[in-house]
Design a protein around this ligand. Structure first.
Ligand SMILES: [Zn+2]
Length: 143
């Protein structure tokens, strides 16, 4: 059993008034809030965070899914233990299948904008030479 903490909070449904006045109630009338039974408050139970829990059934962790099916045999990613120890994903992206722009949409090299709106980024004329884009990515990341 996970220990829970209880705290009294303002009822969000009625903003703490204990009354609800919606489309079915004409001006000047209200009904008792069914969410808090008219008290205006509710008890909220939560589990305070202490430490991240361990996932025993995960062996490999990727920073994100870039639109391809990921498996334990997929290149890139970290082992669960590497990830759990705080290791960076930098250099462990799926560089064989995605370009840096697909991995991180905020990263662009000259030509990224040439991909027509609505087109998949892997239609980019530079996609087949994406190792050059990754080299630029590394350079900007300080390697
Ligand atoms: Zn209420």
């Amino acid at each position: 059993m996970i220990p829970q903490t209880a705290v009294k909070i303002v009822c969000e449904a009625c903003s703490g008034t204990g009354l609800y006045s919606g489309f079915g109630e004409q001006s000047g009338t209200a009904v008792v809030c069914s969410s808090c039974n008219g008290t205006g408050g509710k008890t909220f139970f939560y589990t305070p965070f202490k430490l991240r829990k361990i996932r025993k059934n995960i062996t490999k962790v990727f920073e994100r899914n870039n639109g391809y099916v990921l498996g334990e045999a997929s290149k890139g990613g970290l082992t669960y233990n590497e990830w759990a120890s705080g290791m960076s994903f930098f250099g462990r992206e799926e560089r064989d299948t995605v370009c840096p722009h697909l991995h991180n949409q905020r990263f662009e090299v000259e030509g990224c904008k040439d991909v027509a709106l609505g087109q998949r980024i892997d239609t980019c004329p530079q996609f087949k030479n994406k190792s050059r884009c990754w080299a630029e990515y590394d350079k900007r990341k300080g390697i």
